[in-house]
Design a protein around this ligand. Structure first.
Ligand code: SF4
Length: 480
């Protein structure tokens, strides 16, 4: 039995003339309503592609234990899958939404009309029917289900719910990685990620924000935004407009940071950005840091400083004037932490190139830095480059690089002694707690070793007076 009854409209009362026009309106009613399951009514308009979308949504509803109802009165919520192809279809869809609002009141709109802008920009559906709960475009199963979960939560069933709402996480409960895209449009010569994972594919912003909300609801206090190239988020979608809580929002880095930041403020949580390439539009997120919406932290993988080496690496944004950029960012947000990674001993790197890198490091005064001795990766085009350096030279340069950075890091951390900082506690033991400041991403940066204090709990924020430092970490005592 198909999950959607395509033969005739089942949601009553629809006008026979309207329901019978064009492809017709159909409602799903594949099984009798189960008394205690949440009930969803479904009106499906439009072409076969829209119908397939409807089938997928209804299948998912049933798989999750929702009942599909055959009348407005019997439904806890109604989904209207719309068509926006021609004027007549637009009007039919708008009328169907109006009818569902009148007869039921709780309506989620999906489909082609959901993606259509009104005359003054914004959503056409939102303008015609401001009381709809949520609006998505077509092919938006996950988004629609997200809205259903928000407005008609399914009661937890311990016998069938093996997976928590936020999914299964391998990180501690209080922080999580939020992947915003997959793949990469660049072709760095030392990297085989594009060959393995393909070109950039961004997740629509509505989907990403919904996952973030679910993670915050499940107790996450820090979200680490990851991708291969966070600055390129949405390029593949041409920054397409999607919907966040029914509001049209472009799938783009700045907009994403703002939405995540607002959500983080609601849940008293942190947003940290990783893998940010220094394109000009990155400047747009600095005001969000100044506002306190996202952490003043940028993980920018520079990899090298010398233009010749960057060219051989085929690095994105290699033409940027990075020292000026960093200085500009710090003027905006003085407390900004810049983390980066570098490669020492890349094929063809001369001593002069390497000295250029050390000078860059001294001038940039980066807060957190990792450095790898170049190591060939099977399948990478850098393997074909001439000028490969002996292992000892690569390792020697890595050590020299890290010795310079250690001095910088020691000096920068020492400046923090005497300050009271907000920390997120990672773990608590008999000797004290390990926590992190806004400057420290888990696993890759330093920690604050907090002297034993009974009040600290993992996953909670605390105020700590910094009492000591070394080249990597801080030491502190709980305040108050
Ligand atoms: S190293 Fe270059 S090619 Fe590889 S994922 Fe990063 S930006 Fe893309």
């Amino acid at each position: 039995m198909p999950p959607v009854n395509v033969k005739r409209p089942r949601l009553a009362p629809r006008s026979p003339s309207r329901a019978g026009s064009r492809s017709g309106a159909q409602a799903a009613a594949s099984k009798p309503v189960v008394s205690d399951a949440p009930r969803v009514g479904f009106v499906s308009l439009g072409c076969p592609k829209a119908l397939v979308d409807s089938e997928r949504i209804v299948t998912q509803l049933r798989a999750e234990g929702y009942a599909v109802s055959s009348t407005y009165q019997d439904s806890d919520l109604v989904i209207v899958n719309t068509c926006g192809f021609i004027d007549e279809a637009v009007q039919e869809s708008l009328d169907a939404i109006g009818e569902a609002l009148t007869e039921n009141g709780k309506v989620i709109v999906t489909g082609c009309l959901g993606a259509k802008a009104g005359e003054s920009g914004g959503s056409l559906v939102g303008q015609a029917h401001p009381s709809v709960l949520a609006i998505t475009g077509p092919h938006a199963l996950e988004e629609v289900m997200g809205h259903v979960h928000t407005h008609l939560p399914r009661p937890h069933d311990p016998f069938s719910d093996l997976v928590p709402e936020a999914g299964i996480k391998l990180t501690p409960r209080h922080y999580a990685y939020l992947k915003i895209s997959e793949g990469c449009n660049h072709r760095c010569s030392f990297c085989i990620i594009p060959a393995m994972r393909g070109d950039l594919v961004s997740r629509p912003i509505g989907e990403v924000v919904r996952e973030a909300r679910a993670l915050f609801k499940s107790g996450v206090r820090e979200l680490l935004v990851i991708s291969q190239d966070t600055s390129a988020y949405g390029v593949d979608l041409k920054y397409r407009t999607d919907f966040v809580d029914g509001r049209p929002v472009r799938t783009r880095m700045t907009e994403l940071c703002r939405e995540l930041g607002l959500l983080a403020r609601e849940y008293d949580a942190w947003i940290r950005l990783h893998y940010v390439y220094p394109y000009p539009h990155v400047d747009e997120v600095l005001p969000l840091m100044a506002e306190g919406l996202i952490l003043p932290y940028l993980d920018v993988p520079f990899q090298h400083s010398h233009p010749d080496v960057l060219k051989r690496m085929k690095r994105p944004a290699s033409g940027e004037r990075n020292i000026e950029r960093i200085q500009g960012w710090r003027k905006w947000v003085p407390e900004l932490t810049v983390r980066s990674t570098f490669i020492a001993g890349f094929p063809g790197e001369t001593e002069e190139h390497f000295e250029h890198l050390l000078d860059f490091l001294k001038e940039a005064q980066l807060n957190r830095v990792g450095c790898f001795a170049y190591s060939p990766v099977e399948g990478a085009s850098a393997n074909e480059l001439d000028g490969a350096l002996p292992d000892e030279v690569r390792e020697d340069r890595r050590k020299r690089f890290m010795a310079v950075q250690q001095r910088i890091s020691r000096r920068l951390l020492k400046q923090r002694v005497g300050n009271v900082v907000r920390v997120l506690v990672d773990s608590v033991g008999p000797q004290g707690a390990l926590a992190r400041t806004a400057s420290d991403a888990p696993q890759i940066d330093g920690v604050v070793q907090v002297a034993s204090h009974r009040s600290l709990k993992p996953g909670e924020f605390s105020s700590v007076l910094i009492t000591g430092s070394d080249a990597h970490d801080l030491m502190g005592e709980v305040q108050g």
